[in-house]
Design a protein around this ligand. Structure first.
Ligand SMILES: Nc1ncnc2c1ncn2[C@@H]1O[C@H](COP(=O)(O)OP(=O)(O)OP(=O)(O)O)[C@@H](O)[C@H]1O
Length: 244
């Protein structure tokens, strides 16, 4: 079966710095792939390269077997690539409901053409992530944990086939992390493939089918979570440093 995403020899340079260095991997249909690595390893850059907010310097990215590397971000979103942002950016003057409705209006397949339908779709996503009771509140008045859920609801309203999650658990407590894990597992049950960047090892281990490790922009491991986490190079590069 063709992988839903195929990243081939992708490199991204910023002036003298190589943020992502010749990285290749696939995301299979219906898979949850965890991406870990120390600060500055290139994780967010990788998500930006896939979603199209940054072009790669070299390499190719294919979605459902077709190269998307020349497409702008909005076209990739319409094909079915949704993402959350590490730095959350709700539209400040809009309600929680309308923040999500914007995603529904512009999402996969061109989105809902009418606002009423978009709001209905937004309501469904807010129910799904457990934020329905905040629907009429202004988005910029939400607390941190709820903003993380809002990011997820916004991305889901675009009806993606692939969801790219950039640290949706950062700053959450254990209970909130378990709730987000539950939401992401239910997202996968809907048939959506997920690439998730996370620093919380316990969370990403319980969530992911496979783990990929980046270090200084290079892929240093890719495989079954227990095997990857006991790889000496990974322990040295990531876990060792984190404990220090
Ligand atoms: N727009 C940019 N211009 C210049 N350098 C950048 C830019 N974006 C990222 N970088 C650099 O690229 C490297 C990789 O950054 P990136 O944000 O992808 O890492 P990360 O693994 O997501 O880190 P963190 O875990 O801290 O979020 C870093 O050295 C960063 O400073």
């Amino acid at each position: 079966m063709t992988p839903i995403l195929e990243i081939t020899n992708v490199t991204r340079r910023f002036a003298g710095l190589v943020a992502v260095n010749d990285v290749s991997f696939t995301l299979k249909q219906g898979e949850i792939l965890g991406v870990i690595g120390p600060n500055g390893a290139g994780k967010t850059t990788l998500v930006s390269l896939i979603s199209g907010t940054l072009p790669p310097t070299l390499g190719d990215i294919a979605f459902e077997g077709h190269s998307i590397v020349k497409l702008p971000a909005y076209q990739r979103a319409r094909l079915g690539i949704g993402r959350t942002f590490q730095i959350m950016r709700p539209f400040p003057g809009l309600s929680v409901l309308d923040n999500v409705a914007v995603g529904a209006l512009f999402g996969h397949g061109g989105g809902e053409s009418e606002l009423a339908k978009a709001r209905e779709q937004a309501r469904e996503q807010l129910r799904f992530v457990g934020l329905e009771k905040f629907s009429d509140q202004r988005a910029d008045e939400l607390g941190g944990p709820s903003r993380k859920r809002l990011e997820l609801a916004k991305a889901l309203a675009m009806q993606p086939k692939v969801l790219l999650c950039d640290e949706v658990m950062a700053g959450l407590n254990h209970v909130e992390i378990d709730e987000v894990i539950d939401v992401l597992k239910r997202v996968r049950e809907r048939g959506i493939s997920i690439l998730v960047i996370e620093h919380v090892i316990k969370a990403i281990k319980s969530l992911s089918d496979r783990l990929l490790v980046l270090h200084h922009g290079e892929k240093i491991a890719d495989g079954e979570p227990d095997t990857v986490l006991s790889n000496p190079q990974v322990v040295e590069a990531y876990l060792g440093r984190k404990r220090a």
